[in-house]
Design a protein around this ligand. Sequence first.
Ligand code: IPM
Ligand code: MG
Length: 363
Amino acid sequence: MKKHILVIPGDGIGPEVTTWGKAVLKQIGASFGHEFSFDEALMGHAAIEATGSPLPDETLDKARKSDAILFGAVGHAKYDNDPSAKVRPEQGLLKIRKELGLYANLRPIMLFDELLQASSIKPEILQGTDILFFRELTGDVYFGEKIRSEDRNTASDLMIYHRYEVERIAHKAYQAAQQRSKRLCSVDKANVLESSRLWRETVQEISKLYPDVQTEHMFIDNAAMQLIKNPKQFDVVLTANLFGDILTDEASQIAGSMGMLASASVGESTGFYEPIHGSAHDIAGQNKANPLASILSVALILEIGFGLAEEAKAVVAVVDRALKEGYRTGDIADAATDTNKILGTAEMGALVLGYLQNNQTAN
Ligand code: IPM
Ligand code: MG
């Protein structure tokens, strides 16, 4: 198979983790006889510094011409503490989602048994959890009209949804549910918000087209609580942009660390694949970041983007092997971890790559 991949390393720990995602993808190409070619582009703070724009046109052009995008992270502490900054790194990410029509953000909560102890939730509560989030990604308060009054003392963000936006992501979520355990939970705040009432009404309509899937509706506040209380009750979770942003950070603790979770944003064109962690400036450049989420993002490119299930499995298997052998990065280490097996970013990346090169998986 011949594919062209655009790598956008971005800011903070983005470049150091994405290096390993790219290396793993290259290796898969070599091992399985695929022709993967690569290009690179700027986004976020790195792009603002170089061009003045968080998403230069050149990046968007290259994105449109590629078959998949492997992304790192955007953000910089300097903007977090300066709410008045007009040009911000995150604008690059939001714009590329909108421009490419990436309306469905898939966030699988993949639980490696070896990491049960790394979570702050009790292992017996966690074990067996397997959730696939469908977060809507191009609507909601993220893209609704933003207003600041002239005296600057009043501000609003419009929470807006159109029926077609709910329909198209609901179809994707239901189709995924049909392939899994045929359970779907739609999360909203329909007891208060009109946009959530449209959401619920639309999901109820769509649910009739998938009679084999059992549908449940839950309010966001309750869902946030249930996720910690009894995560196993969830299978496919369908929710809006802002609720999904918050719930999936919460859910990352089920997997032990944000450093383990990958995501796929798909829709009208080229898919966009990224770790769910951010730029983590506090540890950037220190060889401390966990590269496994970027490597697992590559598994999603292979599976969802290219339909290469075997290759995707090979990637997950070598990550599994590293964990089974007891290797950890700092974020997933615990009191029982052999201190000699706590690795830096580069060492963990090289370990996993080495397993692939030698065709060693966890049997
Ligand atoms: C995410 C991030 C982004 C979001 C930020 C960086 C704009 O938190 O992908 O979850 O809020 O969507
Ligand atoms: Mg987020």
